[in-house]
Design a protein around this ligand. Structure first.
Ligand code: SF4
Length: 121
């Protein structure tokens, strides 16, 4: 018989913050309770099976007003890739001027997400 595991999550999709419980048997989800809408269920399933996050960091700037510029991924990326993404960002240096929304790295590590500047530099 497969091991039964319970996950308790707070949905972060909207300000209601519903408390969701996901029950798994082995690697199969058997029940999701506590969601008030389908978006919450989708979030909970993804969070348990393959969690993703938006990554925020900085990269070095050459010849700008500041030595670094803040950046983020333009969509969530798999959580397990975050350390590798941070390493990649630490090795990057962009030339000023940098504009808000400028793509600094396209399709970082094949995730389909771009690294974009969140302020000018
Ligand atoms: S389950 Fe739906 S209503 Fe509840 S916090 Fe998530 S998105 Fe909002």
């Amino acid at each position: 018989m497969s091991e039964v595991r319970k996950f308790k999550l707070t949905c972060i999709i909207c300000p209601l913050g519903c408390n969701i419980e996901v029950i798994m048997e082995g690697d199969r989800i058997v029940r999701v309770t506590g969601c008030t809408c389908p978006r919450g269920e989708e979030y909970a399933v993804q969070e348990v099976m393959a969690p993703k996050r938006v990554v925020m960091s900085v990269v070095k700037v050459k010849g700008g007003m500041f030595p670094t510029v803040s950046v983020k991924t333009d969509k969530p990326v798999p959580k397990e890739l975050i350390p590798e993404i941070m390493k990649e960002l630490a090795s990057v240096e962009v030339e000023a001027p940098v504009h808000i929304g400028q793509v600094i790295i396209e399709n970082i590590l094949g995730t389909g997400a771009n690294i974009v500047a969140t302020r000018p530099a």
